[in-house]
Design a protein around this ligand. Sequence first.
Ligand SMILES: [Zn+2]
Length: 327
Amino acid sequence: MYYLGLDLGGTKMEAAVISERGLLISSERVLTHAQEGSAAVLERMFVLLDAVLSAAHLEAKQISGLGVGVPGAVDHATGSIHSLVNLPGWTNFPISDCLHSRYALPVFLNNDANAAAWGEYIFGNGRGCKDMLYVTVSTGIGGGIILDGRLHNGATGSAGEVGHMVLLHHGERCNCGNIGCWESISSGPAIAKEAMRRMHCGEESTLSSLAHPEKVTAEDVFAARERGDRLAIEVTERALYFLGLGIANLVNALNPERVILGGGVAGVGELLITRVKNVVEQVAYGPAKTVKILPASLKAKAGVIGAAALAIGPVLPNNTFWVGQEP
Ligand SMILES: [Zn+2]
């Protein structure tokens, strides 16, 4: 059995054909050119999907399902996109109907973080457990919740928007408008912003000798930490402490068997896992602290493999919209 996956992003979109075991048969990535609007992007999406089918020497009728991950909110009742962050022209867009009309496949649509969570659950470090929390830390913080073997979408489809838990009521303003959201403390841009704020206040750091000290990235801050830079150590320790604190709160609420950490910032590896484990051991309640904290295993292809996985059993994602014949 083969599955198609499509990961729509604000900058790039990627499609892939995978086998039921998660083997990547073909994949291709193109620029989204989101500013051209939904009609032009949809056309490019068709070309991209045709290209990966062709590269896999398969026709649409040989594919069991098409999973789609999008950077925003979806309406599970209608298979429409509710709205997308950074992509104009997609509000209330019936994307599942459009894709189903063209390929005559069941279409499974979900938020990209939920898709990545489901991918880890089916093919990655979440395999074999029943209750899993996935948290992705990159330009924002997102997540996906697997409860009793099913992807939990919630009453209005926004379950897993963990980045907007408020952890500091006197913190920074978040992109969502609230103050002190988790992603305004522990995301990549938040780490960079905190380092630059402290340098502006006169604190010394080797980061000030970079070619563009006003454009410091989280990667720069972690690299400075490796060199023993005191400010970088303090800034990253703070972000990692709050990362652990948010996860401990979620562990208390959900009591998962495993927590899987993905995304660019999580790519710093063992340091991040160790810090999160320490905080969870201190803060999580009772037996819930036995939770296993693991890195994501799908890495660069997590988005598109996760999208394809949305269309895959053995346990179909709960409430996920599909069109046509049940696979
Ligand atoms: Zn927020």
